[in-house]
Design a protein around this ligand. Structure first.
Ligand SMILES: CC(C)(COP(=O)(O)OP(=O)(O)OC[C@H]1O[C@@H](n2cnc3c(N)ncnc32)[C@H](O)[C@@H]1OP(=O)(O)O)[C@@H](O)C(=O)NCCC(=O)NCCS
Length: 167
């Protein structure tokens, strides 16, 4: 007998990956997984994510911040089996028109792109933003980052991407 997941995977191969994918809150025990995610990401991907070139291996303080789950920020991970293949973060930002706002940011490992992982993180971050009582959600992106703009338009049409630089 074929399960629904197996039938879906035959019709749409990406479903096989999605059925093995889990998204959950990040915690201190995920330090090594996040270090591996950053180490396995290209310089371009890190620049698109952090909008700054920091060079060298990731600083301890940066990794700690990416695992935070406190009053001002929450983080989520995408896992394929044991491997961390994506990370998303939601943090309080400057209020917009007097209403509470958060900024979200995400990173998917270069070799895992185009399989729905970014979208899965986006949905999880939207839930986190609601839990943080945000009324506005913002994504700050480089002006030439068309992938994240397309993702936001396709999967979260109410979300507003804003560009930081024209290149
Ligand atoms: C942006 C990013 C998170 C997307 O992750 P992903 O796992 O590839 O995203 P998905 O597979 O869920 O694709 C989501 C949507 O993005 C768009 N998209 C994905 N890849 C694309 C590409 N190469 N070209 C154009 N649009 C693309 C599509 O609209 C897609 O929706 P669809 O599958 O219904 O067509 C990933 O590219 C990344 O980590 N980039 C580097 C860091 C970054 O730019 N972060 C955003 C700034 S904070």
């Amino acid at each position: 007998m074929t399960s629904v997941a197996e039938a879906a995977a035959q019709l749409w191969p990406a479903a096989r990956l999605l059925s093995a994918l889990s998204v959950r809150p990040a915690g201190p025990e995920d330090r090594e997984g996040v270090v591996q995610l950053l180490a396995g990401s290209s310089a371009d991907a890190l620049h698109q994510r952090f909008l700054v070139g920091f060079g060298g291996p990731p600083l301890t303080a940066l990794v700690d911040r990416l695992l935070a789950r406190d009053a001002s920020s929450r983080s989520v991970l995408a896992l394929a089996g044991e491997a961390v293949v994506g990370h998303g973060m939601c943090a309080h930002a400057k209020s917009w028109q007097g209403r509470p706002a958060v900024e979200i940011a995400l990173l998917v490992r270069d070799d895992q792109r185009g399989r729905g992982i970014g979208s899965a993180l986006l949905y999880a971050l939207r839930d986190e933003a609601v839990a943080m009582r945000a009324e506005w959600i913002q994504v700050t992106t480089a002006a030439d980052n068309r992938v994240v703009t397309a993702m936001v338009r396709a999967h979260a049409p109410g979300l507003q991407p804003s560009s930081t630089a024209l290149r």
